[in-house]
Write a protein that binds this ligand. Structure first.
Ligand SMILES: [Zn+2]
Length: 141
């Protein structure tokens, strides 16, 4: 079996962990370390929407709302994308991408993924992640 990046994030450095509870975790992932990009994932290996339990999914909505609010508070971004392909890693997860206000129109939507090639910056991603983590820590449950 090939390595599962979302599972491997269980071992992420504390600095890369933006949020974690018993069920869900959000990290900055090596290889996807563009500032403002995060992986939101079920902590256990479950594949696709059908692999998640109703209880797990019940927590997804409120957490996603809090995460978006924290990202927007930390960055002033007008919107936050949630992308779920499940192609490289079937483990239930989302690529959460902060869409900056000044992003050129041709890079909006799925085209933003092209930024991965040239905009990775681990230090900047971790610094931004710390701001989102701080915003989440004081947000209502
Ligand atoms: Zn996995």
């Amino acid at each position: 079996m090939t390595a599962c990046l979302p599972c491997e994030l269980e071992e992420a450095d504390a600095a890369a962990v933006v949020y974690r509870d018993d069920t869900w975790s959000c990290e900055i992932a090596s290889g996807y370390d563009v500032p403002g990009w995060f992986i939101l994932r079920l902590r256990r290996h479950a594949e696709g929407w059908s692999g998640a339990t109703a209880e797990e999914l019940a927590g997804f909505g409120p957490l996603s709302q809090r995460l978006v609010a924290a990202i927007q508070q930390a960055t002033d971004a007008p919107t936050v994308y949630f992308l779920s392909f499940g192609e490289n890693y079937p483990h239930f997860h989302f690529l959460v991408i902060t869409r900056p206000a000044d992003l050129p129109p041709e890079l909006k939507g799925a085209a933003i993924l092209a930024q991965r090639a040239e905009h990775r910056d681990l230090d900047a991603a971790l610094a931004g992640g710390a701001e989102v983590r701080a915003a989440l820590a004081v947000s209502p449950l």
